[in-house]
Design a protein around this ligand. Structure first.
Ligand code: PLP
Length: 401
C-alpha cells in the first residue's frame, strides 16, 4: 500500500476494548464516555473534557458556547484545516484571517494585534497548534485580555505537546491555562484514533455545562433547572384544571426539557473505548514521532533544496513533519511514483472559493501563500520504520540529484 503521510496504529488491545463494548449493554450513552473524558482531561491537565463526534463538532459547539453571533468577528490562520474557520460561520460570525509567521508556520501574533487595534468587532481568536507545534498561549492571553477577546485553541495536531512560558513553566496544549476552550480530533491520522471523534477541554465550569447540554440537543434532565411547571410536566394543561393534582411536588422520572437548540454530537461508547485504549499508548507514540522528526531534521538540514522545515522544537507534537522545497510538485509526483504519499497541509483557507466570496483573495497573506507553494508533509506516524524513513530520504535525494 506504500507509505502514507499518516496512519493509525490499531493493536489487539484496541480491538479487544471495542469488542468488549460491542458485547455490553451500551453502544452509546454508556460508561465509556465518562471514562475516556476523565482520562483525557488528566492526560492534558485540564479540569474538564467533553467527548464529541468529531473535531469539527468540537469546534462548532465551542463557537456556540463562547457565544459567537452574527456581526461578531473571529481571527484565525489560513494555514489550517477549513474547520478551524468554518465553526465561526456555523455560528453566524465572520472569519478574519491573519498571516502566518514564516518560521513557525503559526498564526503571527503581531498580525493579529494589528487587526485587534483597528477592529472593535473581533470577539475571539482561534490559534492552531499547526503540525503539532504549540502556540505560545501566554502571549495570546496577554493580547486577548488587552482587547477583551476569548481564545479557542485548535489543538487537533498537538495532544501531548507543550510550550514553556516566560517563567520556564510547561503548559500542555489544551490544558486551559490560557485558552477558554481547546479542541482535539480523533480522526485516524491523528495521535489518538477513534475512527471519528473529538474532545473539548476547559477549566471553565460554566462553559463545561453549556457544552454538555449543546452536545445532546439542548436537553436538560436536572429538575432543579426545569422551566415548565410540574403540572405541565405530568401532562396537565390549563383548561383541565379540574383534574389538577395539586399535591404533586416532584417532576416525574421520565421528564426532560429541551431549553435551547442543541445537536446530537455524541461519541459512541465503542469509539470512546478505542480512544481510551489508544490514549494509554499516546506517550509512546509521541516519543516515536519525536525520534522520526529528529532524524528528518538531521538528514535534511544541510540539503540545498530544503528551504524550511519543521525542525526540532521543544514540546512539538509532530502530527506532521513539514519541509519547504523547490519544485514541490515535482518532488510530490516523484515520491508518489515510488509509493510515498506525502501530502500538502494546507491549501490556504482564505483561497477556498467559499471564503473568496467574502472578499479574500490571492496576495492577502504573502507568508501563507509562499509557504503553500513550497510545503510538503513527509510520512510521520509512530509505526514508520527506520527502513521506510531511509527510503523516503533516498527517494528525495534521487529527485534532486
Ligand atoms: C487543525 C484541525 N482542526 C479541525 C479538524 C477537524 O477535525 P475532524 O476531522 O475530527 O472533524 C482537523 C482535522 O482534520 C484539523 O486538522
Amino acid at each position: 500500500m506504500g507509505i502514507p503521510y499518516g496512519r493509525q496504529n490499531i493493536t489487539q488491545q484496541d480491538i479487544d476494548a471495542v469488542v468488549r463494548v460491542l458485547k455490553s449493554d451500551f453502544l452509546t450513552q454508556g460508561p465509556e464516555i465518562a471514562k475516556f473524558e476523565e482520562a483525557f482531561a488528566q492526560y492534558i491537565g485540564a479540569k474538564y473534557a467533553v467527548a464529541v463526534s468529531n473535531g469539527t463538532a468540537a469546534l462548532h459547539l465551542s463557537a456556540l458556547a463562547l457565544g459567537v453571533k452574527p456581526g461578531q468577528k473571529v481571527i484565525t490562520t489560513p494555514i489550517t484545516f477549513a474547520a478551524s474557520a468554518n465553526c465561526v460561520r456555523y455560528a453566524g460570525g465572520e472569519v478574519i484571517f491573519a498571516d502566518i509567521n514564516p518560521e513557525t508556520y503559526l498564526l503571527d501574533i503581531n498580525k493579529v494585534e494589528d487587526i485587534l487595534k483597528k477592529d472593535k468587532d473581533v470577539v475571539g481568536i482561534i490559534p492552531v497548534d499547526f503540525a503539532g507545534r504549540p502556540v505560545n498561549l501566554e502571549e495570546y492571553k496577554t493580547l486577548a485580555d488587552k482587547y477583551g477577546c476569548w481564545i479557542l485553541e485548535d489543538a487537533c495536531h498537538a495532544p501531548g505537546g507543550y510550550f514553556s512560558d516566560s517563567k520556564g513553566n510547561k503548559h500542555n496544549c489544551g490544558n486551559g491555562d490560557f485558552a477558554e476552550l481547546a479542541i482535539f480530533s480523533f480522526h485516524p491520522v491523528k495521535h489518538i484514533a477513534a475512527g471519528e471523534g473529538g474532545m473539548i477541554t476547559t477549566n471553565d465550569e460554566e462553559l463545561y455545562h453549556k457544552l454538555l447540554i449543546l452536545r445532546t440537543h439542548g436537553i436538560i434532565k436536572d429538575s432543579e433547572q426545569f422551566k415548565n411547571s410540574i403540572d405541565l410536566a405530568v401532562g396537565q394543561v390549563p383548561n383541565q384544571l379540574t383534574t389538577h393534582n395539586s399535591q404533586l411536588t416532584t417532576y416525574p422520572g421520565w421528564y426532560y426539557e429541551m431549553q435551547e437548540l442543541g445537536f446530537n454530537y455524541r461519541l459512541t461508547d465503542f469509539q470512546a473505548a478505542l480512544g481510551f485504549s489508544q490514549l494509554k499508548r499516546a506517550d509512546e507514540g509521541l516519543k516515536r514521532r519525536r525520534e522520526i522528526a529528529e532524524k528528518y531534521n538531521e538528514n535534511l538540514i544541510d540539503k540545498p533544496y530544503i528551504l524550511g522545515q519543521s525542525g526540532v522544537v521543544e514540546g512539538h507534537a509532530y502530527h506532521l513533519y513539514v519541509i519547504e522545497v523547490q519544485n514541490r510538485q515535482g518532488l510530490y509526483e516523484h515520491l508518489r511514483k515510488n509509493n510515498i504519499f506525502a501530502q500538502i497541509h494546507y491549501v490556504p483557507v482564505h483561497l477556498m472559493p467559499y471564503y473568496k466570496e467574502f472578499g479574500w483573495e490571492p496576495g492577502d497573506f504573502p507568508n501563507a501563500e509562499a509557504y503553500y507553494q513550497k510545503c510538503l508533509s513527509l510520512p510521520m506516524f509512530p509505526t514508520l520504520t527506520d527502513d521506510e524513513q531511509n527510503f523516503v530520504f533516498n527517494t528525495i535525494e534521487e529527485f534532486y540529484a
